[in-house]
Design a binder for this molecule. Structure first.
Ligand code: PLP
Length: 438
């Protein structure tokens, strides 16, 4: 029977490109979600390669269309990084933003070459910096004491000094749904003030350090590029004061949003975002007589979030007052985003889509925390114990922030294409938990 329910078709557009309804069940890149869940177990994360590729194409064609200078796309590894994703970045010639030694190790093992690795971190350890010296092309310097550590390291590695960019605290945040996803506001822990940047630039000059860029990042999951404009202006004023010319680099970070819930549709347009940034940089450089910088954009979520889905199996269902609790085998250990900042999600049943809405449900996990919630009060068909549900837009900041709370074994993650399933991350076992114990 064809599926026509509005609630369902509307939600379907949140999902990865290759998600289809066939015979009243969901298929991703031609694979039945139910068969994947039976074969690999739940909770299960599935990434659709076509959706990943499409997002890169959108960014690159917008950069080509609106920015006449050189430009590069950097994948923010903090959104989700494993060897297969690092290898995928290299099929598109992306840079990889790595926070510290761990992510540098994964990116390198996945085949990202030195010149493509860029290192971030608000309080980098000496080990992080040493690893950056050995494996990275660029370090984004967060603060003055980090710069002094870098200066000390140059004496041991005179031939391997990565390029340095300075991270600016612009003092203006983008609008996100929670304060904890903002990073550019004046009292943020990230980056340096204008005065500190000038001090850092002078330090680099005096010590012959290879400074050639400015970076800022104002927050994550925003859909209005307006607050980027004063930050771009400030960065260009500073670039002028430092005296950047010829080949210099500007990165206004990442953070472009994604629709997680049907009432946030349509998805924010990548083209509008890139166009807004590119026009502001071009105008700002022209009015200051500055050479156009090499422009870098550093998205994570808008490249990878929509590509991923999380499949959970329903266990018990409880009625408590007005609330219907649907308890699943996934929750805050694989997706802490509700617990951290009240993130919103939507959901579909994997099979039997042609059902009417039965009422509102709240979906929660098996962990011993009342905040172990995935979704609150979402209209859904009446669900049965044992059936599968799937959460869209699960590709970013789930597995990369997952934990072993309550002895949770972190889930399997697959990459799928038509006719192909690749295991990117294996499900952890009790032996894995014990391997680092004592
Ligand atoms: C420095 C930096 N760059 C890029 C990103 C990527 O943000 P998003 O995944 O929202 O695009 C982040 C995320 O916090 C970040 O801190």
């Amino acid at each position: 029977m064809p599926v026509t329910h509005f609630w369902m078709t509307n939600r379907l557009s949140l999902f990865s490109e290759s998600m289809r309804v066939r015979a009243d069940s969901l298929f991703i890149a031609g694979h039945a979600l139910a068969s994947l869940a039976d074969g690999y177990g739940t909770p299960l994360y599935i990434y659709d390669r076509a959706t990943l590729d499409l997002a890169v194409t959108e960014y690159k064609s917008a950069l080509r269309a609106y920015y006449p200078g050189e430009s590069h796309l950097t994948y923010a590894g903090k959104a989700f990084l494993c060897k297969a994703i690092a290898a995928w970045t290299q099929t598109h010639d992306l840079h990889v933003d790595c926070t510290g030694e761990g992510e540098i190790g994964i990116a390198g093992a996945g085949g990202a070459p030195r010149e493509k690795i860029l290192v971030h971190g608000v309080n980098k350890s000496t080990a992080d910096l040493k690893s950056a010296f050995e494996h990275a092309g660029t370090i984004v310097v967060d603060n003055l004491s980090e710069l002094q550590k870098i200066q000390l390291l140059t004496t041991n590695h005179p031939s391997l000094i990565p390029n340095l960019w300075l991270r600016l605290l612009p003092g203006v945040a983008v609008t996100t749904h929670h304060a904890h996803t903002q990073t550019g506001q004046h009292d943020s822990k990230f980056g340096m003030t204008r005065e500190e940047i000038i001090e850092a630039a002078n330090f680099c000059k005096e010590n012959h350090l290879p400074l050639n860029g400015i970076h800022f990042h104002q927050g994550s999951n925003f859909r209005d590029p307006e607050p980027l404009l004063p930050a771009i202006d400030l960065a260009l004023d500073i670039a002028k004061e430092i005296g950047f010319s010829g080949t210099w680099h500007l990165c206004p970070g990442g953070g472009w949003g994604a629709a997680y819930h049907e009432d946030e549709l349509p998805n924010p347009s990548i083209e509008n975002y890139v166009r807004g940034v590119a026009e502001a940089v071009i105008e700002g450089c022209n009015s200051r007589g500055l050479d156009l910088p090499v422009l870098h954009l550093e998205p994570g979520r808008s490249l990878v979030a929509r590509a991923g889905v999380a499949v959970y199996r329903v266990g018990a269902i409880k009625q408590r007052g007005d609330k219907t609790w649907v308890l699943t085998d996934g929750g805050m250990a694989d997706n802490p985003r509700f617990a951290l900042y009240g993130a919103r999600y939507s959901c579909l049943p994997v099979e039997g889509l042609n059902r009417e809405i039965g009422g509102k449900v709240s979906i929660a996990g098996p962990y011993c925390e009342s905040g172990d919630i995935v979704i609150e009060d979402l209209p859904m068909p009446e669900l049965k114990e044992g059936e599968l549900i799937v959460i869209p837009v699960a590709g970013a900041y789930h597995l990369s922030m997952s934990s072993n709370y309550n002895g949770a074994r972190r889930p399997e993650a697959l990459m799928v294409e038509e006719g192909k399933v690749e295991v990117m991350l294996k499900r952890e076992t009790v032996e894995d938990l014990l391997a680092r114990d004592g």
